[in-house]
Design a protein around this ligand. Structure first.
Ligand code: F1P
Length: 358
């Protein structure tokens, strides 16, 4: 990708961000190739409530996957950081009947994820499904079944394509469980469409970052888009050491909007179901002087009038198939902001690729 900054030419993180449409297609091909999903669907057929667990990015993936699961299957689903059942098992309500756990970990080695999988499986006799980007992992040894997605693994510390690929895999599983034939085809179509957009998107985000300086970042999303907002904030913090906050979009009016000014960058992940109400907040924040990024499927007049940057996916796909591409502008915002600040997103400050506890 032609870049304003030669340093980005050899960045593993940027390569991995830009590889997403192709890796999405390869991941889904791997899922469909062997009978693993059929085995998962058969073994979990009787499960009525789903608990998704992870740490960091994998927790925000758990939140997004849980919302997708309920919307696609109609079953109750919730998400917790892997640490929560370890510290507050009673608050995690592990006695829920017919509970199925899904433990998410790119590395398959994160201590809290492994400890949570062990606790649920061995002490509470809760069936566990793992999903990881590691070919062989400690997670696979602990869980009853594991979905490996090695094609989506990364060299980088920061999770980007592993987040979106594991999300699409879990959405694919939910759609299969619901007998939804359209969703898998929609994901394939979305990946092909997004492949034609991602390089221009990266150039536009790089220019936007070059033209603006912010002191704080806000990420706003409702429903299944809230987990994407949480992940967007983490990407900007991890790659650029910037301060990000996350709210449900309409919640932002109830006090936090006090911070809005010309150095505030507000990213709106605009749903289709809540679009009118969310766009009203967008217009209000623009009027308060904030700098606004609108991520949407199709931009209306309010969005164009109230946004300093618009990413329009423009695809005829179900709303849930928009979640994976919607995170990419924020991955790029974090990356190029980090480069502008003289940081190296391939080696983010204070972070390790896996958190291993003693
Ligand atoms: C989880 C995680 C990442 C974070 C960093 C440290 O890893 O917290 O979300 O970006 O890489 O590890 P995993 O359990 O998904 O391997």
């Amino acid at each position: 990708m032609p870049s304003l900054n030669p340093q980005t030419e050899h960045s593993a993180t940027l390569d991995e961000i830009l590889s997403q449409p192709d890796v999405w297609r390869k991941s889904l091909q791997e899922l469909n190739r062997d009978q693993l999903l059929e085995r998962v669907l058969t073994q979990t057929e009787s499960r009525k409530e789903w608990l998704f667990l992870g740490c960091g990015t994998s927790f925000y993936l758990a939140e997004t996957a849980a919302a997708s699961w309920t919307l696609l299957t109609g079953q109750r689903a919730r998400a917790l950081p892997a640490s929560e059942p370890l510290l507050f098992p009673n608050a995690a309500f592990l006695r829920a009947p017919h509970l199925q756990a899904v433990v998410i970990s790119r590395s398959g080695r994160t201590s809290e994820a492994l400890r949570a999988a062990n606790l649920l499986s061995r002490e509470h006799r809760i069936p566990t499904l793992g999903i990881t980007c590691a070919s062989l992992s400690a997670l696979a040894e602990v869980c009853d079944l594991t979905i490996p997605l090695p094609v989506a693994d990364e060299k980088s510390t920061v999770m980007t394509r592993s987040f979106t690929s594991m999300l699409l895999a879990l959405q694919h599983l939910a759609a299969r469980k619901a007998g939804n034939q359209e969703f898998p085809a929609a994901i394939e179509a979305m990946a092909g469409h997004f492949a034609s957009l991602i390089h221009l998107l990266a150039e536009r985000v790089e220019t936007f970052v070059a033209d603006h300086t912010f002191s704080n970042y806000v990420f706003l999303g409702q429903g299944p888009f809230h987990g994407i907002a949480r992940e967007g904030s983490l990407k900007v913090t991890e790659m650029s050491c910037s301060y990000g906050q996350v709210f449900h979009t309409l919640e932002f009016r109830h006090g936090p909007k006090a911070i809005v000014g010309p150095e505030t960058c507000l990213t709106f992940y605009l749903s289709e179901g809540g679009n009118k109400a969310e766009c009203e907040v967008l217009a209000e924040m623009k009027n308060l002087g904030g700098v606004t990024i609108a991520i949407c499927n199709r931009a209306n007049e309010t969005i164009r009038r109230s946004s300093d940057f618009v990413f329009e996916l423009g695809a005829d796909i179900p709303e849930l198939a928009m979640l994976a591409p919607f995170i990419v502008p924020s991955q790029l915002l974090g990356f190029f902001t980090g480069i502008k600040k003289g940081l190296n997103p391939d080696h983010p400050r204070n972070l390790t690729r896996v958190v291993i506890l003693d």
